[in-house]
Design a protein around this ligand. Structure first.
Ligand code: ATP
Ligand code: MG
Ligand code: MG
Ligand code: MG
Length: 479
């Protein structure tokens, strides 16, 4: 089943169940300052769950572009190394706002997977919440009983709060969830395993595909849970993972979501995918990252030096360096993948087609500008590595790479980790702060009748993914 069909079958299925089908929201939500990028299907609907806005329909389904590269969900380190975490991915979802609840959500998920998509029941597992003494919540026996009608009880597994209880934040709507996992191990492989050990959710080839969240509580400011008068359903299914299952392959990168891009990378770089691990990782990373960058630009988020723009720049520079080091591409080429991508995805996401020219230009320019200093930066970095005694590289050196050669700090850390070295993050943070102080002093001198009054938010290095992302609010007072 082609990916186009996988997507449309999902949407049509829920349309038949009286859902309104809506387009994906942009990945950057202009009116939600708490979230840099949409990282789940529910994010655009947050206000409905909080009761601050009314949905047009109390049943909605869609496919949402998600980016998991910052904050609570940061999968960047996994991308390319495993075969099912992406930076950008589509999350298929169906929602009930105070309408249907567990029974229908479970029955429809089951019907869609096993009847519409025809997935063999014997490769599915589901999980239910086991309860939590501290919260005074019991096991989700309702969900358990609904699942029991569909699937053998030894395939219903209990999970703890970490995996099977979803919360929006410290406060607000929350509730237990059930996740559906698919065992994609081959029949041959499974025949070698003792029956008792067959159920194994920790196996890398037992992959989570769908999360059904049952919002039935509200977490109050004092931490207590109260039962919601109107209960909601929020589900999210990884589209690329679903395609992997339905296309009978072992990796998301072997589905037709990725293969056209991978073939194009092979053609451009004269390398073959599937021959050597390092090359393969580079090809997977680039085919993933080009999607994240292209979709962001299509949504109006261009690479830049601050905030969300810097996240996009970091992703692109990371891809450039993988191409440079592992695929021997010393000139821009990632922009050339946009054509294939827009042919592949342009129907479902017309913004890609509409903005194609802009996306290509922006990526090409970014590639050119980084390639200008990448070579020298890598030479410097190699020198640093040679000089380093012990396993820790100083923050000052990393800062020089950042400041002079445009190496995002996570890229430096990544390259060092490939060489078995660590980076002194604190030292880097110090250097960055010094630079900020210097430029602040300079700007204070140059502003004649305006001077800085207070800094509302202190900038702080709290990890790679939030670096530069903390927006600094500086108020000025006329003197
Ligand atoms: P995982 O445990 O695999 O990291 P998750 O529990 O973080 O997934 P959810 O937040 O439950 O994921 O999101 C719903 C679904 O979205 C998942 O079941 C999965 O199919 C898909 N998904 C989550 N993260 C990614 C990702 N980085 N790339 C592709 N699909 C993803
Ligand atoms: Mg995750
Ligand atoms: Mg999970
Ligand atoms: Mg999950």
């Amino acid at each position: 089943m082609k990916s186009q069909e996988v997507r449309s079958k999902f949407l049509n299925f829920f349309k038949d169940k009286k859902h309104s089908i809506v387009p994906s929201a942009p990945m950057v939500l202009k009116d939600d300052p708490t979230l840099m990028f949409v990282n789940s299907g529910m994010a655009p609907f947050k206000e409905y769950f909080l009761g601050n806005a009314e949905p047009k329909s109390n049943r909605i389904a869609d496919t949402q572009k998600c980016l998991r590269v910052s904050g609570k969900h940061n999968d960047l380190e996994e991308v390319g190394y495993d075969t099912y975490h992406h930076t950008l991915f589509e999350m298929l979802g169906n929602w009930s706002f105070g309408d249907y609840f567990k029974k229908e959500a479970i029955a429809w998920a089951w019907e869609l997977l096993t009847e519409v998509y025809g997935i063999d029941k014997d490769i599915l597992y589901v999980t239910v919440f086991e309860g939590d003494a501290k919260d005074g919540t019991d096991m989700d026996t309702e969900a358990y009983d609904f699942w029991k009608a569909h699937i053998a009880e030894d395939r219903i597994l209990k999970g703890d709060k970490k995996d099977n209880f979803w919360e929006m934040g410290d406060q607000g709507p929350c509730g237990p969830c059930s996740e559906i996992h698919v065992d994609i191990r081959s029949a041959e492989e499974k025949s070698k395993i003792d029956g008792k050990n067959l159920v194994n959710m920790d196996h890398p080839q037992v992959v989570e595909i769908w999360n059904l969240v049952f919002m039935q509580y509200n977490r109050k400011a004092n931490g207590a849970l109260e039962v919601l008068p109107n209960k909601h359903i929020d589900t999210g299914m990884g589209f690329e993972r679903l395609c992997m299952v339905l296309q009978g392959v072992q990796s998301n990168y072997d589905t037709d979501v990725f293969t056209p891009i991978i073939r194009e990378i092979e053609t451009i770089t004269n390398k073959k995918y599937g021959k050597e691990e390092k090359t393969d990782i580079a090809i997977r990373v680039i085919s993933d990252h080009v999607r994240a960058v292209a979709f962001s630009i299509a949504d109006g988020q261009l690479p830049s030096n601050t905030g969300a723009g810097y996240v996009i720049r970091r992703i692109l520079r990371r891809a450039v360096r993988y191409g440079f080091t592992f695929l021997d591409k010393k000139e821009p080429f990632i922009y050339r993948l946009v054509d294939v991508l827009s042919k592949q995805m342009g129907k479902a996401f017309p913004e890609l087609k509409a903005q194609k020219q802009l996306i290509e230009n922006v990526i090409k320019e970014e590639e050119q500008s980084f390639l200008r200093t990448l070579d020298q930066g890598l030479v410097l970095l190699n020198g640093i590595v040679e000089e380093t005694k012990g396993d820790m590289v100083s923050g000052e050196k990393a800062f020089e790479l950042y400041d002079t050669y445009g190496f995002p700090i996570d890229l430096t850390a990544l390259i060092l980790s490939e060489k078995g070295l660590k980076l002194d993050e604190k030292g880097f943070e110090k250097e960055l702060q010094k630079q900020k102080d210097r430029s602040r002093a300079a700007s204070e001198m140059s502003t004649d009748d305006w001077t800085i009054l207070v800094d509302d938010a202190e900038e702080e290095f709290v990890g790679y993914d939030t670096l530069e992302a903390n927006v600094k609010l500086t108020r000025y007072r006329k003197v």
